[in-house]
Design a protein around this ligand. Structure first.
Ligand SMILES: [Zn+2]
Length: 338
């Protein structure tokens, strides 16, 4: 758990006064490259299984701001079949959230190939590479990409990701967006946001454990529960605070809160997928290793795909019950159905 409120004011700007260009420049001047997108992400994308097709969907040109150009890559099923369901996995919308990127890469390397011939997969493993390199929540324009998944988005990270998904998928059935909630949300990024916007800090305790953010407009509680049950085998699930909340939102069921993803401009709101969730791994837990954090992301994606397949099997059987209850019986009756 992070230090209790109050947190000291952010060192840029005047409290209560929103930042202008000078303050944003001062913020950007404090940022440094701390790790390599080329080494930690791009090099691993060169070693994908044959069933995976790597392609570039754009580039972030931050040369004018004194930074480099960042090519953006996605991976899709090479034998894409429009008759099959589509699963979208997004990572690194918040570049600093390491397991969102590394978990996506791990899943690509070890599990992507299993689904060829059954479903179509589209994976955007690192949507915010500048944020990955500088360990930042924002992009260089001091914008949070995960509030900018909306029309005419001012964040290139969000706009290019949306365009990639729209160009590749007529529809999406499952979308899993991989994130972390870190102690730096309270020590750095929350105070920076309050300073940027000239408002008081909206402080919430950082929960120790994994949780999911469902979309309030399509919560699908059984889907969320299946993912929680899968992840709890890898790492512990977050408990609510004394108000029954996680990061200020009321707990819906163990480890699950609902947020209006579309109106908040969240990545999870960018498609019409029936099954949508945002994972939130807690990497600063004294009882969670980086490997566990990556494995928790992998378990969430794996479970989401299994849930989709069970739901389709149940529907093919004409069953009204929940997928988890009917899938086994249905698979026995229809051995070829996946
Ligand atoms: Zn995040």
């Amino acid at each position: 758990m992070s230090a209790p409120h109050p947190v000291k004011p952010y060192p840029i700007g005047i409290p209560g006064k929103p930042w202008g260009a000078a303050e944003k420049d001062a913020w950007l001047a404090r940022q440094r490259v701390k790790r390599s997108y080329a080494v930690e992400v791009l090099a691993r994308l060169e070693r994908l299984p044959a069933q995976a097709e790597l392609f570039q969907y754009g580039a972030l040109d931050y040369a004018l701001l004194g930074w480099g150009t960042y090519p953006l890559f996605a991976v899709r099923t090479r034998a894409w079949n429009p008759d099959r369901p589509v699963v979208l996995v997004t990572g690194g919308v918040h570049g600093y959230e390491t397991s969102g990127v590394q978990g996506a890469l791990q899943w690509l390397e070890h599990e992507f190939h299993r689904h060829t011939g059954v479903i179509n997969l589209l994976v955007l493993p690192c949507i915010s590479p500048w944020g990955y390199e500088t360990i930042n929540r924002w992009n260089p324009d001091a914008l949070d990409p995960n509030r900018q998944f909306k029309q005419a988005s001012p964040a290139a990270e969000s706009a290019l990701a949306m365009a990639c998904v729209a160009a590749n998928c007529k529809r999406v059935d499952v979308h899993v967006d991989l994130h972390e909630t870190t102690d730096t949300d309270n020590s750095e990024f929350g105070p920076a946001k309050a300073a940027r916007d000239g408002v008081a800090l909206d402080w919430n305790a950082i929960p120790d454990g994994f949780y999911l953010v469902a979309d309030r407009e399509r919560p699908e509680p059984d889907f969320q529960r299946a993912l929680i049950d899968a992840v709890r085998r890898v790492t512990h699930i977050a408990k609510p605070d004394e108000h029954g909340h996680i990061i200020g939102a009321a707990l819906q069921q163990e480890g699950v809160i609902n947020i209006a993803q579309r109106s908040s401009g969240l990545c999870g709101g960018m498609t019409d997928a029936r099954f949508v969730t945002t994972t939130e791994v807690y990497p600063d837990s004294p009882t969670a290793t980086p490997d566990q954090c990556n494995e928790a992301q992998v378990a969430a994606v794996r479970s989401a795909i299994e849930y989709l397949q069970a739901a389709r099997a149940a529907r093919s059987c004409g069953a009204d019950a929940q997928p988890a209850q009917t899938a086994a019986a249905c698979a026995q009756a229809n051995p070829g159905l996946r």
